[in-house]
Design a protein around this ligand. Sequence first.
Ligand SMILES: O=C([O-])C(=O)C[C@H](O)[C@@H](O)C(=O)[O-]
Ligand SMILES: [Mg+2]
Length: 431
Amino acid sequence: MHRDPTITDVRLTPVLVADPPLLNTQGVHQPYTPRLIVEVVTADGTTGLGETYGDTRYLELAGPLADRLRGRRAGDLNRLFAEAGQVAVDASRLSGRVDTGGLRGARSADKLRLSVLSAFEVACLDALGKSLGLPVHALLGGKLRDTVEFSAYLFYKYAAHPDGVPAEKDDWGAALDPAGVVEQARRFKERYGFTSFKLKGGVFPPDEEIAAVRALAAAFPGHPLRLDPNGAWSVETSVRVAGELGGLLEYLEDPTLGTPGMAEVAARTGVPLATNMCVTTFAEIREAFTRNAVQVVLSDHHYWGGLRHTRQLAAICRAFGVGVSMHSNTHLGISLAAMTHVAATVPDLHHACDSHYPWQSEDVLTERLGFDGGTVRVSDAPGLGVELDRERLAFLHRRWLDDDGSLRDRDDAAAMRITDPEWVTPPVPRW
Ligand SMILES: O=C([O-])C(=O)C[C@H](O)[C@@H](O)C(=O)[O-]
Ligand SMILES: [Mg+2]
C-alpha cells in the first residue's frame, strides 16, 4: 500500500459533553462542558484523532494552527511546534494568575498554544500509527507495561445540577460529608476496581476535609489517599493539615499556590507534595525543583504540549529525583487512550494516574474504554486503538451549536451562582 502521510484536511469539531455537578474550590461543574475533537486526514486516507479543551480561547487558536498543519507530513511535528509561536494569542485570553476554569496553573500564550498543539500531535501520531500498523506507544519507543493504573477521582458532589439549568441525571447521588465521600469511593471501587483515591478538596473548611480523609483511611486501610484543595489554603493551614493527615496521605496536592509557598510547606512537613498548578510549564521547573517545592509533578499531555513533551518532562523529573504521574481534567476516551499510551512508556511511573473519565457518561467513541482492577489495558492496535462514532460526534456538536454561548466556556462560578447568587470565585488563600 502506498503510504502518503501528507495532511490534506484537519477537522475541528467542538462538542458539549454532559458533566455531573462536581464541586471544587471555585464552584461547581456546569451540566455540560466543552471539548474540541480534532481529526487529521492524510493523503493515504487515514484519519487520526485528538482531543483537547473546547473553550473559546482554544477554539480561536485551533483554526490558525490547523492551517499550518495542512500540507505538512504527519511526522513533521517538531517544525510545527517550533513555528507555532507565530500564531498570535489575544492578550485578553491571558488575564488572571491562575486558569480560572481549569485550576491548572498560570496562563501563558505558549501554554494555550501547546494545549491545542497537543491534540494535533496526538491526532498525527494516531494517523501515523494507523498507517504503519503500529500502536502509538510503539511510536514513542514502546510500552514498558501492559496496563496503566488509575486512581478514583472523588469529588464532593450535589445529587443534581442546581435548578435553572437543563439537568443531566446521574446515578452517583450526593457526596457532601465524610459518609458521602466514603460511599462514593466504595462505588468507584466496586465499579472500576480502583485501589487508590484522590479527593478534590478546597470545597469545605479544612477540618471537614480532614474528617473525610480520615473516614476514607478507616474504610480503606492501606489504600493510597490524596487530597487536592487546588491551592485554597495558606501556608499555615497547609502545614497544619499536613501535620494532621501526614501518615495517611500518599501525597498532598497543591495545598497552597506558588513555588515559594509550596517550598515552605515542603520544608516544614514530611508529606510529599504533588502539583498540577505550581509546575505546569518547562519554565517553572528550575525554580520549583531547586527549591524542592514539589516531590511529584502531575503531567497533563494537553497543556504540556503532547505525548513527546510528557516523556521529556518525565526525563527531567527523573534527573531531579522528582516523581511523575498524571493530572486530568474532564476528558473523553480519545484523551484517555492518549494518556494510557504515553503512561505505558514512562519508566518511573510509581503513582496511579488521575482520570475524570468515569464521570463522563458520554463519549465520541464507538466503544468506551474500560477500567479493570483500576487499570486501563494498553492497546496494541494501530494508532490509539479507538474509533470515532460519527453520529455521537454530530449529536454532541449539535448541542454545542444550539447553546446560546453560556456553556461554551467552562465557568464553575457561574454554575454556583444558580444556587448562591452572591457567589464569586473565592480569593486564595481561602482558608
Ligand atoms: O487536579 C486538579 O487540580 C484538577 O483536576 C483540576 C480540575 O479542574 C478539577 O478540580 C475539576 O474538574 O473540578
Ligand atoms: Mg490538582
